[in-house]
Design a binder for this molecule. Structure first.
Ligand code: NAD
Length: 333
């Protein structure tokens, strides 16, 4: 297999390192809007650099990995699929519902598998929690409590084009909750606060949020999101049923300390950023894509799934801005 990469910044270079080391991959070719960056990454990994995106498409690759900035994803996904290539693209597909639907329809017409980068579906803890719920060990699902908290905010220039905290960040929670429970989120109420840098408010965004969700079986859930979590990167999910509760992310690296005397768990260093927290999941998701290409398997996270998560993120955005509960069906119309 020959795999082409478009965009080898932070996450593209990390995916390329995994793919270059995959035993079933013969060659890797990297392109970036900054050709020097592509050449440097290629030299580091012992692979080839192309001067331009078109060169990658014309060199006869078997599949495409897209890790460019968000506003270029839609066009590049469609180009890749229409060229007859299986595509992996980082999340999100697009920041608006219309743009994401356009990509879904265009991809569907090609029949090519497209995998969107929701890496939590490949994280061992979320996988185990999904199995615990599906096996019946937890009984009937009753409550969900999720936290996604970064220790420090992204750069100021990132926020105005990020889509806001729900489409950029909590979209991972919305996706994984749908995937883990097998249920749809039907209602959303979101509150936000600006407690940190002024650039969040100036971009119409918030840096702290709480989201209340209702699933289609009546299960209630709470999600907390923060751009300023001094204790470290904290990404957890509690799944509580009538027979038991499991907690994803409650390991020795959990970014919290017990207030009880004599309790020294968790004792390890918290993950400094989401990179360390999800390193094995990022490697597993891109390896899964190689297997999609190799075996002609269906995508484990197709565009229509990303669209469902975007509907919830859009509902949360409307709820927070308009100060009301929003039914996800309103966004789907
Ligand atoms: N799944 C996750 O947890 C996760 C984490 C980080 C980033 N992301 C997503 O990955 C994408 C990239 O993020 P990043 O942090 O790696 O950004 P980055 O800025 O580090 O890298 C982007 C790279 O793309 C290049 N580029 C820009 N336009 C291009 C084009 N049209 N063609 C080819 N190359 C182009 C840039 O020169 C840069 O090297 C974003 O959409 C982001 O939302 C997802």
């Amino acid at each position: 297999m020959r795999i082409g990469f478009l965009g080898v910044g932070r996450i593209g270079a990390s995916h390329a390192a995994v793919v270059a080391g995959h035993p079933d991959v013969e060659s890797v070719v990297l392109a970036d809007a900054d050709p020097g960056r592509a050449r440097a990454a290629a030299e580091r990994l012992g692979v080839t650099a192309a001067d331009a995106i078109d060169d990658v498409l014309e060199t006869g690759v078997d599949a495409l990995v897209i890790a460019t900035p968000t506003d270029s994803h839609a066009e590049l996904i469609v180009r890749g699929a229409e060229a007859g290539l299986p595509v992996f693209c980082e999340k999100p597909v697009a920041l608006d519902v219309a743009g994401t639907r356009h990509v879904r329809d265009a991809v569907c017409a090609t029949g090519m598998p497209v995998q969107i980068g929701f890496q939590r579906r490949f994280d061992a803890g979320y996988v185990a929690a999904r199995e615990a719920l599906a096996s019946g060990r937890l009984g009937e699902l009753r409550r969900l409590h999720a936290i996604t908290a970064d220790p420090t905010p992204p750069h100021a220039s990132y926020i105005p084009t990020s889509g806001g905290i729900y489409k950029d960040c909590l979209i991972h929670d919305f996706d994984v909750i749908r995937w883990l429970t097998g249920r749809e989120i039907t209602e959303v109420t979101a509150l936000g606060a600006n407690r940190g840098a002024a650039f969040f408010g100036e971009a119409g965004d918030v840096d702290e949020t709480v989201v209340l969700i209702t699933l289609d079986d009546g299960t209630l859930g709470t999600l907390h999101g923060s751009r300023y979590n001094g204790a470290g990167c904290d990404v957890r999910l509690e799944v509580a049923g009538t027979e038991g509760t499991v907690a994803v992310g409650l390991d020795d690296h959990a970014a919290l300390r017990s207030a009880e005397s004599g309790v020294d768990f968790p004792a390890g260093e918290p993950y400094p950023t989401f990179w360390e927290r999800f390193a094995p999941a990022y490697a597993a998701e891109i390896s899964a894509f190689v297997e999609v290409v190799r075996d002609g398997r269906p995508s484990p996270c197709p565009v229509e799934e990303a669209l469902e998560a975007l509907y919830v993120a859009e509902a949360a955005t409307r709820s927070r801005v308009e100060g009301r509960k929003v039914e996800v069906a309103e966004v789907r119309k």
